[in-house]
Structure formats: C-alpha cells, structure tokens
Design a protein around this ligand. Sequence first.
Ligand code: CO
Length: 208
Amino acid sequence: MDLAQIFANNQLWIEEKLKTDKDFFKNLSLGQSPKVLYIGCSDSRVTAEELMGTKPGEVFVHRNIANMVPNTDLSAMSVINYAVSHLKVNHIVVCGHYYCSGVKAAMQAEDMGILNPWLRNIRDVYRLHKDELSGITDEEAKYKRLVELNVQEQCVNIIKTSDVQKAYKERDFTVHGWVFDIHTGKLIDLKIDFDNILKEIMEIYRII
Ligand code: CO
C-alpha cells in the first residue's frame, strides 16, 4: 500500500464528513461517551468499526494479538478501567475470529520468542478445556472451538476485575463474547451465559 494514498484518503474522508455535517469534527472534539468497549484481534482483516458499521465516538476499541485479556497486562487492564469506571460503558465485547493466527500458533510446538508468554495464555485455555477439545477429531473444528473458548475465557478474565464487578452491581452492565467468521463476514454472538458464569466463579474471584 502506498502511504501517500492514506493521506489522500483522509482528505476525501474529511470532505465526505463535512458534506453531511459541517460541525462533524467540532462535535467530535467535544468529547466521547461510547456505550461499548470492543476488545478484538489486531488482525488486519478484522476491522472492528467497519464490520460493526459504527461511527466515530460510538465504540471504545482495544486490539491485540488474539483478543487477549491477560490479568497482568497493564494495557488491557488500563483500557478496561478507563472504559468501565470513567466512560461508564454498559457493554464489553470480546470479539475473536475464526482462523486467528495467534490461536493457531498456540496449537503448535514452535518457539515463538517474545510471543511465547503471550500465546501461553491460549495454551492455558486449551488445558482448561482439554476434555472437550481432545474429543474433537476434526482439526479445523478443534481450531474453531478453541477460538470460541478463548473468547469465553477472556470474558471470564474481564469479570475478575474490580471495575467490572462494581459496574455489574451498580448499573446495567454486561460482558459479551462474539466471533467474526472471516469466511462469511458474519458476526456471531456466542451467547455466553454471563449471569451463570458469574455465579460459578464469584465464590473464588469476588473482590468487592
Ligand atoms: Co487473530
């Protein structure tokens, strides 16, 4: 891609926005009050705002390799803290995607250097769900299921934070697990039973 094209695209985008609303950027500069925090994969094919059809100001976004929420990752934890306790979002979405290279790498025996500790979080998800996964003989089906289970476990990691436990008590607040299917473009709600997971794990993870 020609980087000069990006600046040309940006100019066209500005003109397009101002054509429909001359105060578009003035209004953007006033602040943000998104209702949704989206945590997704950095994969260039999974474009967050574009696939959801959302406008600037509507979604707070965090992306990293394989849409992870490691408990000690300062970046993910800061994003959650800011979105939940300051912006007061009502929803957190973890959106994985089928054919995620990060998840694939965690299924293989290969030394990936600095990526090893990051991908180990996915290997831990595999270990937690080993009984189910080892029962799946089709490799592609197993790969897709690990993508879904990884989303579920990252949702659980979100529920472990004090910001989220507080928000759940105080207001209308839900965590959602979604998967984007690259083959069809479809966004799939995994319908993770947030209330039930909460009940099951709060005995261990309750901190407020
Ligand atoms: Co990915």
